[in-house]
Design a protein around this ligand. Structure first.
Ligand SMILES: [Zn+2]
Length: 332
């Protein structure tokens, strides 16, 4: 009998190291899983590498773990990892062939693993994080809604007529690019992106596909075309900035399952339709994000905004056609 009972750690802010992150079952000290899966760490030699969390603490990839009970691991997470690992070995085509829901849940688990670490660190009075996520009501609502989606890792859940996220799958051309693995996350906008070899996944994890709609025209021009990393960085900047402009937080409601159902159905609602979905696009603010994404090429905001009405683009030429950039080596 499949359990259709949802778990919500935000209910009582339970983020201990002794309960499963996905179902709340008590765990022993050895019941942990890496946030970045073992196969990924091996492929990209991450086992000795470090990453920095929001509170500026440094941790190695193998040390970044979350508590997970054996049932959740064996029955739900490991099968997903196997699927994603197999897709990974097929490159971009592999990821495109995967069910978008699987990619979403896989990315969400990593994002959430990092988030939980932030929340657990917040309980540590010695560490003063820049953004106290647990005390920000808007963030709290977002994380709780996001967690409800994350339950689909464990409970069979059908999203009724909606996609919870916006997922972009890009292909990096074989150029002067030397960075095999990168990731970026932003808790306030629920953005996550990851580069694995020649595949880049960019995802807003809680927008009901609104960014996808807003950026579809641009995405159509680059979809299935290998891009230079500087072009990937530009598209990434557009997505991250658009996520920053997004005004709404979706809500999710489970429809009561009938006794014979072996799955739950979620409906969604976007509250407060009086507000614009996106705040207006401002080139000066966008240029700031783009400057950050183009940091390794050392292109400054001033250069980007040479024409303030039309920020610099590496994606398109003067005629609006997609550029073919063969070489543009990073400066740093
Ligand atoms: Zn569990």
């Amino acid at each position: 009998m499949i359990s259709l009972t949802l778990y919500d750690p935000f209910d009582r802010m339970q983020f201990g190291s002794d309960i499963c992150f996905l179902c709340g079952t008590p765990t022993s000290a050895t019941d942990t899983i890496p946030v970045f899966p073992g196969w990924l760490q091996q492929r990209y030699n991450l086992t000795n590498k470090q990453l920095q969390l929001l509170d500026k603490s440094i941790i190695t990839y193998p040390d970044l773990t979350i508590p997970c009970c054996p049932v959740c691991w064996e029955q739900h997470l490991q099968p997903l990892e196997d699927k994603v690992e197999a897709a990974h070995d097929q490159g971009v085509a592999g990821f495109k062939a995967l069910d978008e829901k699987d990619v979403f849940l896989w990315l969400s688990k990593i994002f959430y693993g990092i988030l939980v670490r932030e929340l657990m660190n917040e309980k540590n009075p010695l560490i003063m994080p820049e953004h106290a996520v647990g005390e920000n009501p808007k963030m709290f609502i977002k994380f709780q809604a996001f967690y409800k989606l994350l339950q689909a890792l464990r409970v069979p859940i059908v999203f009724d007529d909606f996609t919870p996220c916006s997922l972009f799958v890009l292909e990096v051309a074989e150029t002067d690019d030397t960075v095999p693995f990168e990731y970026r996350d932003e808790l306030t906008t629920m953005m996550f992106s990851i580069k694995m070899g020649r595949v880049v996944l960019i995802c807003c994890l809680l927008d009901n596909g609104l960014l996808q709609q807003a950026l579809q025209r641009v995405y159509d021009t680059i979809n299935d075309k290998p891009l230079h990393p500087i072009q990937v960085a530009e598209f990434t900047a557009r997505v991250y900035y658009a996520a920053y402009l997004l005004n709404i937080i979706p809500e999710y409601f489970e429809r009561k399952a009938s006794p014979s159902d072996d799955f739950l159905t979620y409906d969604t609602l976007i509250d407060d339709i009086t507000m614009d979905i996106f705040n207006p696009w401002e080139n000066s603010a966008y240029a700031k994000v783009l400057e950050e994404m183009w940091k390794k090429w050392q292109i400054t905001r001033e250069q980007i905004l040479k024409n303030p009405q039309e920020p610099m683009t590496m994606l398109y030429d003067e005629t609006g056609a997609l550029r073919n950039i063969v070489s543009f080596p990073p400066v740093i």
